[in-house]
Ligand binder design. Structure first.
Ligand SMILES: [Zn+2]
Length: 247
Protein backbone atom coordinates (compact mmCIF):
# COMPACT_ATOMS: atom_id res chain seq x y z
CA UNK A 1 0.00 0.00 0.00
CA UNK A 2 1.45 3.28 -0.98
CA UNK A 3 0.90 6.95 -1.39
CA UNK A 4 1.89 8.18 -4.85
CA UNK A 5 2.25 11.67 -6.28
CA UNK A 6 1.97 11.82 -10.04
CA UNK A 7 1.69 14.57 -12.63
CA UNK A 8 -0.79 13.91 -15.37
CA UNK A 9 -3.96 14.71 -17.25
CA UNK A 10 -7.39 13.12 -16.90
CA UNK A 11 -8.15 11.40 -20.21
CA UNK A 12 -11.42 9.69 -19.29
CA UNK A 13 -14.15 10.00 -16.71
CA UNK A 14 -17.26 8.01 -15.97
CA UNK A 15 -19.75 7.73 -13.12
CA UNK A 16 -18.87 5.19 -10.48
CA UNK A 17 -21.41 4.09 -7.91
CA UNK A 18 -23.39 6.74 -6.05
CA UNK A 19 -21.75 10.13 -6.59
CA UNK A 20 -18.25 8.89 -7.35
CA UNK A 21 -16.21 9.10 -10.50
CA UNK A 22 -13.87 6.66 -12.21
CA UNK A 23 -10.93 8.42 -13.84
CA UNK A 24 -8.23 7.40 -16.26
CA UNK A 25 -5.22 9.63 -15.67
CA UNK A 26 -2.34 9.73 -18.16
CA UNK A 27 0.62 10.28 -15.84
CA UNK A 28 4.26 10.92 -16.59
CA UNK A 29 5.55 8.32 -14.17
CA UNK A 30 3.07 5.46 -14.48
CA UNK A 31 1.40 5.83 -17.86
CA UNK A 32 -2.41 5.65 -17.94
CA UNK A 33 -3.76 4.61 -14.53
CA UNK A 34 -7.26 4.15 -13.15
CA UNK A 35 -8.32 5.96 -10.00
CA UNK A 36 -11.60 6.61 -8.22
CA UNK A 37 -12.49 10.08 -7.06
CA UNK A 38 -14.99 9.72 -4.21
CA UNK A 39 -17.78 12.13 -3.45
CA UNK A 40 -17.40 14.25 -6.58
CA UNK A 41 -20.92 15.59 -6.25
CA UNK A 42 -20.42 17.00 -2.76
CA UNK A 43 -20.35 20.77 -3.20
CA UNK A 44 -17.45 21.25 -0.80
CA UNK A 45 -15.24 18.59 -2.37
CA UNK A 46 -12.31 20.40 -4.02
CA UNK A 47 -10.93 17.11 -5.25
CA UNK A 48 -14.32 16.25 -6.70
CA UNK A 49 -14.56 19.54 -8.56
CA UNK A 50 -11.12 19.01 -10.03
CA UNK A 51 -11.83 15.44 -11.13
CA UNK A 52 -12.76 16.52 -14.63
CA UNK A 53 -11.84 15.43 -18.14
CA UNK A 54 -8.64 17.19 -19.30
CA UNK A 55 -7.66 18.42 -15.83
CA UNK A 56 -3.84 18.62 -15.84
CA UNK A 57 -2.55 18.40 -12.29
CA UNK A 58 -0.38 16.89 -9.63
CA UNK A 59 -2.41 14.04 -8.19
CA UNK A 60 -2.00 12.46 -4.79
CA UNK A 61 -3.06 8.88 -5.26
CA UNK A 62 -3.46 6.09 -2.79
CA UNK A 63 -2.68 2.61 -3.95
CA UNK A 64 -4.39 0.02 -1.80
CA UNK A 65 -4.64 -3.74 -2.01
CA UNK A 66 -6.11 -3.52 -5.50
CA UNK A 67 -3.10 -2.18 -7.38
CA UNK A 68 -5.07 -1.66 -10.57
CA UNK A 69 -7.40 0.83 -8.96
CA UNK A 70 -6.16 3.80 -6.98
CA UNK A 71 -7.96 6.44 -4.97
CA UNK A 72 -7.59 10.16 -5.64
CA UNK A 73 -6.72 11.94 -2.41
CA UNK A 74 -6.02 15.41 -3.74
CA UNK A 75 -5.62 17.32 -6.99
CA UNK A 76 -3.34 20.34 -7.40
CA UNK A 77 -4.42 21.84 -10.69
CA UNK A 78 -1.76 23.08 -13.14
CA UNK A 79 -4.16 23.79 -16.01
CA UNK A 80 -7.86 23.11 -16.47
CA UNK A 81 -7.93 24.13 -20.16
CA UNK A 82 -11.16 26.00 -19.46
CA UNK A 83 -11.69 27.32 -23.03
CA UNK A 84 -12.28 23.71 -24.09
CA UNK A 85 -15.18 23.18 -21.71
CA UNK A 86 -17.29 25.56 -23.79
CA UNK A 87 -16.47 24.05 -27.14
CA UNK A 88 -18.14 20.73 -27.89
CA UNK A 89 -16.21 20.21 -31.15
CA UNK A 90 -12.85 20.61 -29.47
CA UNK A 91 -13.94 18.51 -26.52
CA UNK A 92 -15.09 15.67 -28.74
CA UNK A 93 -11.80 15.83 -30.62
CA UNK A 94 -9.97 15.46 -27.29
CA UNK A 95 -12.11 12.40 -26.45
CA UNK A 96 -10.97 10.87 -29.74
CA UNK A 97 -7.34 11.78 -28.95
CA UNK A 98 -7.69 10.01 -25.61
CA UNK A 99 -9.14 6.92 -27.33
CA UNK A 100 -6.39 6.57 -29.91
CA UNK A 101 -3.75 7.22 -27.26
CA UNK A 102 -5.14 4.47 -25.05
CA UNK A 103 -5.40 2.06 -27.98
CA UNK A 104 -1.68 2.52 -28.70
CA UNK A 105 -0.40 2.70 -25.17
CA UNK A 106 -2.71 0.58 -23.03
CA UNK A 107 -2.61 0.84 -19.23
CA UNK A 108 0.40 1.38 -16.98
CA UNK A 109 2.81 2.03 -19.81
CA UNK A 110 4.62 5.36 -19.26
CA UNK A 111 5.58 7.33 -22.36
CA UNK A 112 6.68 10.87 -21.77
CA UNK A 113 6.90 11.72 -25.45
CA UNK A 114 3.32 10.70 -26.15
CA UNK A 115 2.12 12.51 -23.02
CA UNK A 116 3.76 15.71 -24.23
CA UNK A 117 2.33 15.32 -27.73
CA UNK A 118 -1.08 14.94 -26.14
CA UNK A 119 -0.59 17.96 -23.88
CA UNK A 120 0.71 20.10 -26.77
CA UNK A 121 -2.36 19.24 -28.82
CA UNK A 122 -4.80 19.99 -26.00
CA UNK A 123 -2.94 23.23 -25.28
CA UNK A 124 -3.13 24.29 -28.94
CA UNK A 125 -6.87 23.61 -29.06
CA UNK A 126 -7.46 25.57 -25.86
CA UNK A 127 -5.23 28.61 -26.34
CA UNK A 128 -3.97 28.89 -29.89
CA UNK A 129 -5.65 29.85 -33.08
CA UNK A 130 -5.01 26.61 -34.98
CA UNK A 131 -7.57 24.70 -37.03
CA UNK A 132 -8.99 21.54 -35.49
CA UNK A 133 -8.19 19.64 -38.66
CA UNK A 134 -4.53 20.57 -38.34
CA UNK A 135 -4.26 19.59 -34.68
CA UNK A 136 -6.06 16.31 -35.42
CA UNK A 137 -3.91 15.32 -38.39
CA UNK A 138 -0.66 16.21 -36.68
CA UNK A 139 -1.54 14.44 -33.42
CA UNK A 140 -2.61 11.29 -35.29
CA UNK A 141 0.63 11.17 -37.24
CA UNK A 142 2.95 12.11 -34.38
CA UNK A 143 1.25 9.60 -32.10
CA UNK A 144 1.81 6.85 -34.66
CA UNK A 145 5.48 7.85 -35.00
CA UNK A 146 5.96 7.83 -31.23
CA UNK A 147 4.01 4.59 -30.83
CA UNK A 148 6.26 2.58 -33.15
CA UNK A 149 4.41 3.06 -36.44
CA UNK A 150 6.52 5.74 -38.06
CA UNK A 151 5.68 5.77 -41.78
CA UNK A 152 8.54 5.22 -44.22
CA UNK A 153 8.40 8.11 -46.67
CA UNK A 154 11.82 8.17 -48.34
CA UNK A 155 11.03 6.52 -51.68
CA UNK A 156 9.12 3.30 -52.34
CA UNK A 157 9.38 1.24 -49.18
CA UNK A 158 9.24 -2.04 -51.09
CA UNK A 159 11.66 -1.56 -53.99
CA UNK A 160 13.42 1.73 -53.23
CA UNK A 161 12.23 3.51 -56.37
CA UNK A 162 12.12 7.29 -56.00
CA UNK A 163 8.98 7.40 -58.12
CA UNK A 164 6.37 7.14 -55.37
CA UNK A 165 2.71 7.83 -56.10
CA UNK A 166 0.77 6.63 -53.06
CA UNK A 167 0.78 5.81 -49.37
CA UNK A 168 0.19 2.16 -48.53
CA UNK A 169 -1.80 2.11 -45.28
CA UNK A 170 -1.07 -1.54 -44.58
CA UNK A 171 2.66 -1.42 -45.33
CA UNK A 172 2.95 1.92 -43.58
CA UNK A 173 4.79 4.02 -46.12
CA UNK A 174 5.08 5.40 -49.61
CA UNK A 175 5.06 3.05 -52.60
CA UNK A 176 5.56 3.14 -56.37
CA UNK A 177 2.91 2.01 -58.87
CA UNK A 178 4.32 -1.52 -59.09
CA UNK A 179 4.43 -2.12 -55.34
CA UNK A 180 1.20 -0.55 -54.08
CA UNK A 181 -1.24 -2.93 -52.38
CA UNK A 182 -5.00 -2.80 -51.81
CA UNK A 183 -5.12 -0.08 -49.15
CA UNK A 184 -3.54 2.89 -50.82
CA UNK A 185 -4.11 6.63 -50.85
CA UNK A 186 -2.74 8.60 -53.79
CA UNK A 187 -0.25 11.33 -52.90
CA UNK A 188 1.01 14.46 -54.59
CA UNK A 189 4.17 16.44 -53.92
CA UNK A 190 2.49 18.81 -51.44
CA UNK A 191 1.14 15.92 -49.41
CA UNK A 192 4.49 14.16 -49.37
CA UNK A 193 6.17 17.37 -48.21
CA UNK A 194 3.65 17.83 -45.39
CA UNK A 195 4.01 14.18 -44.36
CA UNK A 196 7.77 14.55 -44.29
CA UNK A 197 7.62 17.71 -42.24
CA UNK A 198 5.35 16.30 -39.55
CA UNK A 199 7.25 13.04 -39.28
CA UNK A 200 10.68 14.61 -38.98
CA UNK A 201 10.07 17.92 -37.19
CA UNK A 202 10.80 18.56 -33.53
CA UNK A 203 7.66 17.74 -31.54
CA UNK A 204 7.55 21.28 -30.19
CA UNK A 205 7.29 22.64 -33.75
CA UNK A 206 4.75 20.11 -34.93
CA UNK A 207 2.12 22.75 -35.72
CA UNK A 208 4.54 25.33 -37.17
CA UNK A 209 3.93 24.79 -40.87
CA UNK A 210 1.53 26.18 -43.42
CA UNK A 211 -0.87 23.95 -45.29
CA UNK A 212 -4.14 24.69 -47.03
CA UNK A 213 -7.40 23.22 -45.67
CA UNK A 214 -7.46 20.93 -48.74
CA UNK A 215 -4.06 19.50 -47.95
CA UNK A 216 -4.97 19.05 -44.29
CA UNK A 217 -8.22 17.31 -45.25
CA UNK A 218 -6.45 14.84 -47.55
CA UNK A 219 -3.72 14.24 -45.02
CA UNK A 220 -6.26 13.85 -42.22
CA UNK A 221 -8.12 11.17 -44.19
CA UNK A 222 -4.82 9.34 -44.56
CA UNK A 223 -3.76 9.58 -40.91
CA UNK A 224 -7.11 8.49 -39.46
CA UNK A 225 -7.30 5.48 -41.78
CA UNK A 226 -3.70 4.64 -41.01
CA UNK A 227 -4.46 4.50 -37.28
CA UNK A 228 -7.68 2.51 -37.72
CA UNK A 229 -6.01 -0.02 -40.00
CA UNK A 230 -2.80 -0.43 -37.98
CA UNK A 231 -4.58 -0.75 -34.63
CA UNK A 232 -7.39 -2.76 -36.23
CA UNK A 233 -10.01 -0.65 -34.47
CA UNK A 234 -12.89 1.65 -35.20
CA UNK A 235 -13.29 4.73 -33.06
CA UNK A 236 -16.91 5.80 -32.40
CA UNK A 237 -15.50 9.01 -30.89
CA UNK A 238 -14.13 9.90 -34.33
CA UNK A 239 -17.55 9.37 -35.93
CA UNK A 240 -19.07 11.54 -33.21
CA UNK A 241 -16.50 14.29 -33.74
CA UNK A 242 -17.21 14.26 -37.48
CA UNK A 243 -20.97 14.41 -36.94
CA UNK A 244 -20.61 17.46 -34.70
CA UNK A 245 -18.10 19.12 -37.01
CA UNK A 246 -20.59 19.03 -39.84
CA UNK A 247 -23.27 20.82 -37.82
ZN1 LIG B 1 8.24 -0.02 -55.52
Amino acid sequence: MAQIRARGIIVKQSDYGEGHRMLSIFTEEYGIVKAVSYGVKKTKSKTGAASQFLRYADFDLYQGVNKELMTVNSVDTIDAFYPLSEDIKKLSLCVYFADITYSLLGMNNPDERILHLFLNSVYALAYRNVSLQKVKTVYELKLMCAGGYMPAVGGCMSCGSADVYAFDLLKGGTVCRECGGKHIITLNKTLIRALNYIISCDDKKMLAFNASPDVLNSLGALTEQYIALQTDRRFPSLDYYKTISEM
